[in-house]
Design a protein around this ligand. Structure first.
Ligand code: GDU
Length: 328
């Protein structure tokens, strides 16, 4: 099977590409390298360019016969940037996705797996969500994902394409074989900040300790990126067995981890523990959620295999390697 992966030189897309290769699926990478890394496409079939570039998409389908599906990961993903630049975010994530799907239709590609986000859910009092939970995206970034889901569903209703949206919770870790990982040197998410604090020997700041969670800190569902990638492989293999109604699947572990618990897990992994201090909430932050759904297991036969500690260990291993793997 041959699969086109948009954003295939990014963190998740490149990991999906590695999982495809390991499963005997041939990935064709499409990435404009705005945030993706050329190094992550090395040795793979790679087209540098934009998902909205119709001539390029036509060229890819002409040169790579037998592309059976698309995994659409290409997107901008930084919440504060989306607040500062909503036009840029809607253009990159929505307008270009609309053009992309049109190009796919013209080339007869009828299967798409879309990288969506659990950030689109309204979170209830018990901090759990499933695929039927109400949506209430809180940032322009999250709204671009919700808009894309709705747009794809409208298109799939009458045009010959089916779209499966996979709603990711919080990805951590790296390819266990260390082919790829997070491209950023200093990621701003909780584990990235923890690794940074640990390297510099400064305290890690818990941003917000007055949430209605079991210990007051924010709760998330940290899912290993290799498990996410494996879910894409399972979705590709089972795509045609899914019914039209089964168009959204949560990808999380089903366990909530608070920031304090994440720090405890971190300190079980590292030799020299990181100190933890408390500060104010970040603007726009939410208490958070984890999945209560078993749909991924029922429909894809997928279950996460890696623990939060595994994710932390692999993130640390990648952080130590990153500078030797990436040019800058
Ligand atoms: O230095 C920090 C950074 C984060 N946190 C806390 O850690 C939790 C998780 O924060 P992250 O920034 O790691 O994750 P978010 O879920 O808030 O947001 C991230 O994950 C989302 C997926 O659900 C989207 O992808 C989004 O773009 C991305 O920023 C929150 O309670 C946050 O307050 C800290 O305590 N200290």
């Amino acid at each position: 099977m041959r699969v086109l992966i948009s954003g295939g030189a990014g963190f998740i897309g490149s990991t999906v590409a590695s999982a495809c290769l390991d499963a005997g699926i041939t990935p064709v990478i499409l990435d404009n390298l705005v945030t993706g890394r050329r190094e992550f496409a090395e040795g793979r079939t790679f087209y540098e360019g934009d998902i909205a570039d119709g001539a390029l998409i036509d060229k890819i389908f002409a040169e790579q016969p037998g592309i059976e599906a698309v995994v659409h990961c290409a997107a901008l993903i930084v919440v504060p940037d989306s607040v500062a630049d909503p036009v840029g975010y809607y253009r990159a994530n929505v307008t270009k996705s609309l053009e992309f799907v049109d190009h796919l239709l013209r080339n007869g590609c009828g299967r798409m797996i879309f990288s969506s986000s659990a950030a689109i859910y309204r979170t209830g009092d018990d901090h759990t969500v499933d695929e039927r939970s109400a949506l209430d995206p809180q940032s322009p970034y999250a709204r671009t994902k919700a808009v894309c889901e709705a747009m794809f569903a409208d298109i799939a209703a009458t045009r010959p394409i089916r779209v499966l949206s996979l709603r990711y919770f919080n990805p951590i870790g790296a390819d266990p074989a260390m082919r790829t990982g997070l491209q950023l040197r200093r990621p701003s998410h909780a584990l990235g900040k923890m690794i940074g604090a640990h390297e510099e020997g400064v305290p890690f700041e818990i941003t917000g300790t007055d949430y209605s969670t079991r210990d007051g800190s924010g709760i998330r569902d940290y899912v290993h990126v290799w498990d996410l990638a494996a879910a894409h492989v399972a979705a590709l293999q089972r795509f045609d067995a899914l019914s039209d109604a089964e168009s959204v699947i949560n990808l999380g572990t089903g366990s909530g981890t608070t920031v304090r618990e994440l720090a405890d897990a971190f300190n079980r992994v590292v030799a020299r523990p990181v100190e933890v201090v408390e500060t104010e909430r970040r603007p726009g932050d939410v208490a958070g959620a984890y999945t209560r759904s078993d749909l991924a297991e029922r429909l894809l036969g997928w279950r996460p295999r890696y623990s939060v500690e595994d994710g932390i260990r692999h993130s640390l291993e990648w952080a130590a390697l990153r500078d030797s793997r990436l040019a800058e």
